[in-house]
Design a protein around this ligand. Structure first.
Ligand code: RB5
Length: 160
């Protein structure tokens, strides 16, 4: 599985820890920055990862900012993206089982690194349950289609 990880200055330390976990899990992990403490704008890094997942160039993504809220807002602007802000294990598990989330968002100033590592392990090892949830995701796709038709869309996507 090819994944991208990105963050702003509030997520750099956590990102470094998580890249090790992701690589230990055998995932092909591309680092999209940022790389240092200098203040940057989270939309710039959220866009890089989200657009790559939306276009099918990446299978999944991980985004980190201070709260996780800004990155969530950015990621969910992209067609086919189901970004889940998970700062607890239950949410991480359910976002995969029920929502087939394809971008995991974490709040670098909200959770500790050990919990974040466990969330990553759970999120990447939990499959989508499909069944009744497939119909619900189809409805989300239809909402995106209607938004695009109305001129409010964000373009095409290969993300499933
Ligand atoms: C940066 O100070 C902070 O606003 C950002 O990391 C994030 O929390 C935004 O949602």
């Amino acid at each position: 599985m090819k994944i991208g990880i990105g963050c702003d200055h509030a997520g750099v330390e956590l990102k470094i820890e998580l890249i090790s976990v992701l690589r230990e899990m055998g995932l092909d992990c591309i680092d999209y920055g940022t790389d240092g403490p200098k203040s940057v704008d989270y939309p710039d890094f959220g866009e890089k990862v989200s657009s790559a997942v939306s276009s099918g160039g990446l299978d999944r993504g991980v985004l980190i900012c201070g709260t996780g809220i800004g990155m969530s807002i950015v990621a969910n602007k992209f067609s086919g993206i189901r970004a889940s802000l998970c700062n607890d294990l239950f949410g991480a598990k359910m976002s995969r089982m029920h929502n087939d989330a394809n971008i995991l968002v974490l709040g670098g100033r909200v959770i500790g690194k050990d919990l974040a590592k466990e969330i990553v392990r759970v999120w990447f090892s939990t499959p989508f349950e499909a069944g009744r949830h497939t119909n619900r995701l189809d409805k989300i796709r239809l909402i995106e289609e209607r938004q695009k038709s109305a001129g409010h869309g964000t373009g095409t996507s290969q993300a499933r």
